[in-house]
Structures are given as structure tokens and as C-alpha cells.
Design a protein around this ligand. Structure first.
Ligand SMILES: C[S@@+](CC[C@H](N)C(=O)[O-])C[C@H]1O[C@@H](n2cnc3c(N)ncnc32)[C@H](O)[C@@H]1O
Length: 373
């Protein structure tokens, strides 16, 4: 399929099958606003891993992660990065995630190609898999590099949104988020459908930080389509490339189930100076999908006092916009703990408090991880 065509300059909201190094060549130059890439890790796992109780560890030993050595991996990396760079608009940005196995090589190649690195983010996993053999430190983080095509690029950074998501504090480069588990994890016959499915919360931050509604987000290594699912939720267009048919089907089914957030919940926040009051951020419930932008909360169980959840974790009640605490204060006229004031309808139409929903996050149990060194 060649693009552009008169009918469709870009294949929006579609998965393009094949090898991204070739497929990206069919997209128009300078057409993409944001790239998120989760390439093969080149883990070089030589043997099956077992837990102390002799159960097998579901590690990354897929064919798509096999390379003959660093030279082949570097050539592969250079090729997909060049293809991505060609389709990026001049002010677009690129995020790439990896571990110590590959991220240093990718970082060096990015710089060799002229990219300018803006940040590296440490995704610190709340619940990493232990190092079963006890021969090294537990591998508890992955690194994201955020880069632009040149130092002069006027890239998108929604600073105020990230600050609002972080309860009014400037967001730092260490993100503490759980790995993908529970109902979020795609399964086929009870088995993980993909070995490296990324959590929604991670993509939520990337897309909120570095794009606007209606922007086009490209993911050259689409897997289960986490990028597409979050882009659709947040009113962005997406394009995925994936070479394995089984993942394409899975991702299509997954994304079809996502209900886009209403436009009015996606606007950028106003400046806020609220101090941190609660250990768990309300936005964490939205980032992890326990609550959704566009859903309605009710004040003190009163359906006559609704508030809309915004994508940045603020609420809107009538003309007022603010955190759960600020909005509760606005409605009641007295300082209030927002966690105790708001409820939401569950599947059966009953009102449940958001405080009970946050307990689910607090009690998220450690579970299987995707990688093991
Ligand atoms: C690390 S996984 C991405 C997982 C994804 N972020 C998710 O949340 O599900 C890498 C994916 O890229 C695919 N892949 C590997 N090499 C590829 C290539 N050259 N072109 C397109 N897809 C490729 C693999 O099949 C795999 O699904």
C-alpha cells in the first residue's frame, strides 16, 4: 500500500503489517507528530529460566528478539531510526524504551543520526520480577529516551498537564508505575499473549506529555497495540507497524474496545499551585485505567452534583476546574478530603467511593514480569 493517496494522505488509525524498516518508507515524509518505539531488546537469553520452585519463567525468548550479535542489532537500530526520522515532522519528538541490553546502543546511534536528546526517563517498576538466581541486582527499571530531530526543534511538552497529573508538583524523570498485569494484560488461553506488553499508564504519560489531541502518533513496533489504545482514548490518531499477524489481530480487537474520551475532557489544564496532600495521586487511577477521562463523579453521593473527569486527573464541575480536593472545597465551601467526597457508578449503576477504588491500586500485587537478565 503506497501513501499518500488522494483519499488518504496517511493511513490513520490502522495497523500496517510488515517490517517497519520497509513499511515506513511508504509513509509521506514529515507527516508524524510523535513516535513511540519499543524495539526488540536483544536480550540474548541463552537458556530457559526457572523459579526456585522449578516453574518456568515466561521470559523474552521470542524469535523477533534474536540477533546474531551487536553488529546486526546496531544495523537494525540504525535502519528503523532513519526510517522514523524521515517521517517525523521537524518539531516531532521520538520516545524509545529499552533496558541496559540495548538502550546505550540506541542512544549512541540516535546521536550519530543527528537526534538531540531531551531527557531520559527511568520507569521504576513497582513490582519487578525478582532475580531468581540471585547473581545480580533485581532488574527493576527500564529507560525511556526522549529525543527530537535537532536541537532547534520546537517540540510539544505539556508541562502543565504533567504537573497536574503529579498533584501540582513538577514531574520528575523517575516514573514509578506498576508493570502490566491483571485484567490489563492480554491473554490467550490463560497465557500471556505477548511477552513485553507495556502498561497503559506508561503510554498515558508519554502521549499526554508530548502530543495534542488530533496529532498522529506512530509506533513502529506495535505488539499488542498499547500505543494505539491510549492514543484512541486520548483523542490522538495513531499508526502502528507490526510484523506478526497474531499480534495484529490482538491489537485490533483491543483497540476496538477503547472508548475515546470526550473532547471536552482533553483540554490543557490551567496553572495550579496546589500542594501535595495525598500519597496516592488521583491521576494514578486515570493513568492506570481504573477510572477514565470523561467519566462522571458524584459529590457526596448526590447525582445532582456531577463532575467530569479530565484527562489530566482534574475534575470539572460547572465552570470550576481543579483537583478532587479543590473541587470538593468549591462545592462544599469547606476544606475537604476529596478522596472521601467523590463516588462513581460501577457496572451495576451503584455508587462506589473513589477511596475504595484507590485501595485496588494500593493492593496491586506483584506479579509476572516481562524481562529477566
Ligand atoms: C517489545 S515488543 C512491543 C510491545 C508493545 N509496546 C506492547 O505494548 O505490546 C516489539 C514488537 O515489535 C515487533 N517487531 C519486531 N521487529 C519488527 C520489525 N522489524 N518490524 C515490525 N515489527 C517488529 C515484534 O513482533 C513485537 O511485537
Amino acid at each position: 500500500m503506497a501513501f499518500p493517496s488522494p483519499a488518504s494522505p496517511l493511513p490513520l488509525d490502522q495497523i500496517l503489517p510488515g517490517d517497519c524498516r520497509q513499511v515506513l518508507g511508504n509513509l509521506p515524509e514529515k507527516s508524524i507528530d510523535l513516535v513511540f518505539a519499543d524495539p526488540p531488546y536483544n536480550l540474548q537469553l541463552q537458556q530457559q529460566l526457572y523459579r526456585p520452585n522449578n516453574t518456568r519463567v515466561d521470559a523474552v525468548n521470542d524469535a523477533w528478539d534474536q540477533f546474531s550479535g551487536f553488529a546486526e542489532y546496531d544495523a537494525f537500530t540504525r535502519s528503523w531510526l532513519e526510517a522514523s526520522r524521515r517521517v517525523m515532522k521537524d518539531n516531532a519528538s521520538l520516545w524509545v524504551i529499552g533496558t541496559y541490553h540495548n538502550i546505550y546502543r540506541i542512544g549512541a546511534i540516535l546521536q550519530d543520526l543527528g537526534f538531540w536528546i531531551l531527557n531520559d526517563i527511568a520507569w521504576v517498576k513497582d513490582n519487578p520480577m525478582p532475580n531468581f538466581r540471585g547473581v545480580r541486582f533485581t532488574n527493576a527499571h527500564e529507560t525511556l529516551i526522549w529525543a527530537v530531530k535537532s536541537k532547534a526543534a520546537r517540540y510539544t511538552f505539556n508541562y502543565q498537564s504533567m504537573k497536574a497529573i503529579n498533584e501540582g508538583l513538577q514531574m520528575r524523570s523517575d516514573w514509578r508505575l506498576p508493570i502490566c498485569s491483571g485484567p490489563e494484560r492480554a491473554r490467550v488461553n490463560g497465557q500471556k499473549a505477548h511477552s513485553t506488553q507495556k502498561p497503559i499508564a506508561l503510554l498515558y504519560r508519554v502521549i499526554m506529555a508530548a502530543s495534542h489531541p488530533d496529532d498522529v502518533v506512530l509506533d513502529p513496533f506495535f505488539g499488542t497495540g498499547t500505543t494505539g489504545a491510549v492514543a484512541r482514548l486520548l483523542g490522538r490518531h495513531w499508526i502502528g507497524v507490526e510484523q506478526e499477524e497474531k499480534y495484529i489481530t490482538l491489537a485490533q480487537e483491543r483497540i476496538a474496545q477503547v472508548q475515546p474520551a470526550p473532547l471536552e475532557s482533553l483540554e490543557l489544564p490551567r496553572r495550579t499551585h496546589r500542594k501535595r496532600e495525598e500519597r496516592l495521586r488521583f491521576a494514578a487511577l486515570v493513568e492506570t485505567g481504573l477510572l477514565r477521562p470523561g467519566q462522571t463523579l458524584y459529590f457526596k453521593g448526590d447525582r445532582a452534583q456531577p463532575a467530569l473527569i479530565l484527562a489530566n486527573g482534574h475534575l470539572r464541575a460547572g465552570d470550576f476546574t481543579g483537583s478532587i480536593h479543590q473541587t470538593a472545597l468549591h462545592l462544599s465551601g469547606a476544606p475537604s478530603n476529596g478522596w472521601e467526597c467523590w463516588s462513581v457508578e460501577d457496572e451495576s449503576g451503584e455508587l462506589v467511593s473513589i477511596d475504595s477504588i484507590r485501595q485496588r491500586l494500593n493492593h496491586a500485587k506483584p506479579s509476572e514480569n516481562t524481562k529477566q537478565a
